[in-house]
Design a protein around this ligand. Sequence first.
Ligand code: GTP
Length: 913
Amino acid sequence: MGKRVYELAKELGLENKEMLAKLADAGVEVASHASSLTDEDLQKLKALDTPQEEKIEEARIKPGLIRRRKTVVRKKAEEPAPTPEPEPEVAEEPAPTPEPEPEVAEEPAPTPEPEPEVAEEPAPTSEPEPEVAEEPAPTPEPEPEVAEEPAPTPEPEPEVAKEPAPTPKPEPETKPVEEPKPKKTVKATADKAKILGRVELPKPAPAGQDRQDRSRGRNGERPARQDRPQRPGARPDAGAPARGRKRVDVAPAAPMEQPLPEKEGRNKKRKKGRRNDHDNGEDGRVSRRGRRVEVFEPSRMGGKKKRGGKQAKQTKQTEVTISKAIKRIIRISDSITVGELAKRMGVKANELIAELMRQGSMVTINHPLDYESAAILASEFNYEVENVAFDEETILEVEAKKEAEDNAEDLKTRPPVVTIMGHVDHGKTSLLDAIREANVTEGEAGGITQHIGAYDVELDGRKITFLDTPGHEAFTAMRARGAGVTDIVILVVAADDGVMPQTKEAINHSKAAGVPLIVAVNKIDKPEANPERVKQELTEFELVPEEWGGDTIFVEVSAKQQTNLDTLLEMILLQAEVLELQANPNKRAKGSIVEARLDKGRGPVATVLVQDGTLKQGDAIVAGLHFGRVRSMTTATGKQVKEAGPSFPVEVTGLGGVPDAGETFHAVESEKAAKDVSQHRQQKQREIDLAKSSKVSLDQLFAKMQEGEVEELAVIIKADVQGSVEAVRDTLEKLSTDSCRLNVIHTGVGGISESDVTLATASNAIVLGFNVRPETKAKTMAETEKVDIRLYSVIYDAVNDIRDAMEGLLAPTLREKDLGRVEVRETFHVSRIGTIAGCYVLDGKVVRNAQVRLVRDNVVIWEGKLSSLKRFKDDVKEVASGYECGIGLENYNDIKVGDIVEAFEMEEIKTTL
Ligand SMILES: Nc1nc2c(ncn2[C@@H]2O[C@H](COP(=O)(O)OP(=O)(O)OP(=O)(O)O)[C@@H](O)[C@H]2O)c(=O)[nH]1
């Protein structure tokens, strides 16, 4: 074979020293563990084991003959079966049994010699000893078992013939009997007996015995000698299931592969014959196997196999989870968090995070992974990711696709939807009421309309739908939510007041939405009314009356006296004709939520405006984040209807929740589909809430331009004086380039209002303020809606910023860090010092060294530093919110009650592109 000693030792699971000792026993001379072994050597080695066993058998045959024989038979049978090599040996043994015996006889002779060697070996090998010691330790318990083993061993020879004999049952009985015997032998032969213990112990391995053996001790190396006596016992190991013997078996059997089958065979036999014993033994060994495993390869293997049974179960379990292909596909909807992915793959999130770190991403457990990232990560763990993103459009837009296929004849003219806008007190509500009343009187005498957020009126059989929430704020708020509901805007301008700031806002808001305007010059009944002046003023906003060559419809009305209302309605219908408003009523409805509330009795109630298709009672609908089934539909006149066609506003019950005004609704195929869409939206909403990013900010402008996301930068300009507004507008508009067009959608004088922020939200605009401040609510809203508000005191700073942003060169910006706001409640004039303001800190704090800005009506009127900050008569460094203080401004005395002093610091913000 040409094997080297250490190789063979490795194969047999023996220490080199043990192996050397074994070889010495076998009469094989080797220089070291690196020496090569000839086939002859190996034969000797084999012979060593078998004869030894025989010897032992002979010696011990006397005590428990019958039973031992039986076991022996087994062994032999086992050996031959699994190991082809052993078989021939066995065959030889049985047939020429006498021959081996003499050999055995010879061996015993040499054995005494090797024994001392063995004794030496253990001595030198301190490591194996402990192991050996462990083995013997268990002996006390195993002893009985050991006894069993030896018992069988002697038998083999005589049994050879008896092989077939049923050994298993008697064995247990013999064991107890035998147990004492081995002990005796141990005592008698002293050390030798101990050695046996080693071998045998591992097999039965009862803990108690092991310990006892250890304590006995370490008679230590001597036990090695005992091994030999045991070896004879080990013969049985050939047959005897004994684990300790396995060593012996293996050794003779030599070939690695053999032991395995043998073990298997043994195991099987054990199962048949000694199951109980083994099981017990195993149980007892479990904890010790670890130790033994290191010493006894065979037992390892045997153990492994037995364990194998257990392990197999375990591994099967794990395999079950891992191996099923179906379970290795993880379905996600566009994205999944690290934690969720880990959960689905059954691995620890930390492992995923660690893997991501290896890939260069530092993430947390809640970090969302997009489909591609999840797929790459999952592949590292042998999982596949499938994107089963919910295709909302598939459900919702089926009808839309059909619409594209709508034949011209399917499209029917639909009523226009009108919103009334205008400056405060110019008569918006009055006009709405006047139109409604007039209509009600005409349509349903004595009928009382209820406020449902929208109503429809009729003129000569043609309908017009009015949204009952006047003002551009509501209009733009709805638009910001995606509801482009309004077809026509009625701009109400009081003839006695003319164009006012909100008139202008209304114009800009409707222009931004691309909705045509009809001007209603109201209050013409008033003596001071001057409609011509209104027309004149409006020309500045490109609203030129038709009689002046323009294309804007002007109607002079009086809401109070209901003058010209029909004309106004006529004009609306005329404009609607121009717009060619059409819809296909023969399909599922979709539209917008005009208004919604929670009614104590009826639950969520939503006024919906059908924009396309026809909404029917019983339809499954999804509105914003909510879904439901249309339970009832009520018109503004309180009439219950079963259907609502295009542009028809109805109050609907049956939704599961209250949607927001301006959200869209869709009738869908089934309630389940509605539920799916609703759930999907809710999930998306959560994701959006988690990662709300700004719409357009100057800082990101260049990056977005590069990505092609921004082709037009919408800007709202607010300044303290009109001159600044115009100057900024002119300058900015010159900055327009091919890649990014600058579009000033609204300008105004005064503070930045909620309305400005809403418009910015709806139009994805940024707000530039010059010497003006955002109103508190506007500021809050801007933060919520992520609208970029930039405040400047010098126009050219703004222009430079925008130019730099467009060129991707936005420099670090000095940005204000608000500290607090202080309200002036009293003023005192102190000679030689100037005006001192008695103030109250509204929020934040005011700091002595901070920069301050004096704001009056949201317009900055002065900026500088504090000259003094006092609490009562004491100078203080800062005053916190909720306290009063005295403030003096450096070289500035024009402080008035009601002024706000803003304290701020300038901090440098690095531009991130
Ligand atoms: N003389 C006269 N007064 C009118 C007319 N229309 C409205 N008014 C009066 O103008 C005032 C304001 O009317 P509203 O309808 O409340 O005006 P508004 O635009 O809705 O006001 P806000 O709701 O505050 O924005 C009321 O006192 C009305 O009586 C009109 O045609 N003629």
